[in-house]
Design a protein around this ligand. Structure first.
Ligand SMILES: *[C@@H]1O[C@H](CO)[C@@H](O)[C@H](O)[C@H]1NC(C)=O
Length: 490
């Protein structure tokens, strides 16, 4: 994995300019817990366009550029959890700002249940909208203006009745400020988080509540050709599919949920053996060493992991790589140089993850935009597969749509769940699967479903002040000369 090719690509990417001034979703919080910059987030790999809009009719409009490629980690979230998305004008947060204030328009959140996080297509059918807002006539603000007021944070509660399983959570910001000669040219900013929704809910999503993306909007939709300068924002039309928000079954009505089995996350689990995480990379302890040769071999293992860290760091940054470099590899190298050939010292000790993540913007995490939303009753749980997905995921197979929301909810007939293949687990543990230390022969952490050669974007040089109202600001990042490679004696 740490071939010269990867290293070369990483170095080449390091000199790509990183543009900003639009917006990008970089960081996910689950029930107010920061998952780490880039962790479980699908993001454009190329730093210089990471904040740029995508084309309405391309597959990129599902989860953004590179959005059809899974990242290694999928974050567990209880059903009904509060998600908070952090948006940045500069992907790595090196400059403040969430989105250019000139960019006004609506925001929406969609979900899609997928059977296989690694291979299921993001683009295609199966998407349902759980929330959307255009112009708030009370606050007299566009959704984007409220986002700015919340320091780039948007919180939303997941539906409490969401069937357990793997989901893509997609945001969609449409900005409509660009009107040239009375012709609107809306911009689309989208991205996705990879979630494993825990719980026992097992209803499938009714197919008639879902749409295909792309295909869910038309360029001629009144909302997309709306002129915010000549038309009254209070008349901003709704657009796209109706909201579908599956509520938990009503426990007060005697319509008791039958005892159900809990699904267990098996892919994308963040290993508990991570000593440090950067986005979707995780550094694990080096092999034990007992003499000079094995000491240098372990040092090499550390630097090799570092290469992967830099080479897979998304535009949200590589702070974790630098910490790994300084606090793990350099320390280990020092030990070998000092002929302390028994180690690793402080074996298994985690490095400070808090240093990796940018501080929460002032003001803290806002209330969920849909707080108090009760939702739609999903009639009866129906069987889902062992992987937790019951609906189609875009590859045209495995369409299981048993229940129609339009049907009258059966009140007194709790059906026996037919979920048979999932493991029974207590729903309390947040990371249910035993971590699989995925090490290759060289001891380097295996990347799952990740083939990124993203730019390593470590800012070491003084950076120019961003042009706030421009869409084309760019900055130059220089990757530091990070280590002298000491070859082991193998
Ligand atoms: C604004 O719209 C015009 C017309 O479609 C387009 O040529 C131009 O590139 C757009 N400008 C921006 C900043 O997107």
């Amino acid at each position: 994995m740490h071939s010269p090719t990867l290293l070369t690509l990483g170095l080449a990417a390091a000199f790509a300019p990183l543009a900003a001034a639009h917006t990008v979703f970089t960081t996910l919080f689950i029930n107010d817990v920061n998952q780490g910059d880039g962790t479980c987030v699908r993001m454009a790999k190329q730093g210089n366009i990471a904040t740029h809009p995508v084309n309405l009719n391309s597959d990129d409009v599902a989860c953004g550029r590179n959005g059809n490629e899974a990242v290694a980690f999928t974050c567990p979230a209880p059903a009904g959890a509060k998600l908070t998305l952090l948006f940045r004008m500069w992907a790595d947060g090196s400059q403040p700002g969430s989105i250019d204030p000139s960019h006004v328009g609506p925001m929406s959140i969609y979900l899609k249940q997928v059977s296989d996080m690694t291979t299921s297509s993001a683009a295609g059918p199966g998407w349902f909208k759980i929330w959307s807002e255009g112009y708030d006539t009370t606050a007299r603000k566009w959704a984007t203006e409220k986002l700015i007021a919340n320091n780039g944070l948007l919180s939303i509660n997941l539906p409490s009745g969401l069937p357990a399983g793997y989901y893509l959570a997609r945001h969609e910001i449409i900005t409509i400020q660009n009107v040239t000669n009375n012709k609107a040219d809306p911009q689309f900013y989208v991205g996705c988080a990879q979630l494993f929704v825990q719980g026992t809910g097992s209803a499938s999503i009714p197919k008639d509540k879902t749409v295909s993306i792309p295909g869910h909007l038309s360029a001629s939709d009144p909302a997309l050709i709306f002129n915010p300068y000549t038309q009254n924002p209070a008349t901003y039309p709704s657009f796209g599919p109706a909201v579908f928000f599956p509520a938990a079954p009503d426990s007060g009505s005697g319509n008791k949920q039958p005892q159900q089995q809990t699904l267990t996350q098996t892919t994308g689990v963040i290993p508990q053996t991570c000593l440090l995480k950067n986005a979707n990379w995780c550094g694990v302890e080096v092999p034990d060493y007992t003499n000079e040769a094995t000491c240098w071999k372990s040092a090499e293992n550390c630097w090799n992991q570092l290469d992967v860290c830099y080479n897979t760091a998304p535009p949200s940054g590589s702070k974790g790589c630098r910490i790994w470099q300084d606090q793990k590899c350099a320390v280990l190298q020092q030990a070998c140089e000092s002929r302390r050939f028994r180690g690793p010292e402080n074996k298994g000790q985690k490095l400070d993850q808090a240093e990796v993540n940018s501080a929460l913007p002032p003001g803290g995490i806002p209330q969920a935009v849909n707080a108090g939303q009760r939702g739609d009753q999903v009639p009866v749980p129906s069987a889902v597969g062992a992987d937790g997905a019951g609906n189609e995921d875009g590859d045209g197979e495995e369409v299981v749509v048993d229940q129609d929301l339009g049907a009258a909810p059966p009140v007194s007939e709790p059906t026996t769940t037919t979920t048979t293949t999932a493991e029974v687990k207590t729903p309390s543990s947040s990371s249910t699967a035993e971590p699989v230390p995925t090490e290759t022969e060289s001891g380097e952490p295996e990347e799952r479903g990740e083939t990124t050669t993203a730019a390593a974007t470590l800012s070491t040089t003084p950076t120019p002040t961003p042009t706030v109202n421009s869409c084309s600001g760019s900055r130059r990042y220089r990757r530091p000369r990070r280590h002298r490679r000491r070859r082991g004696m193998n």
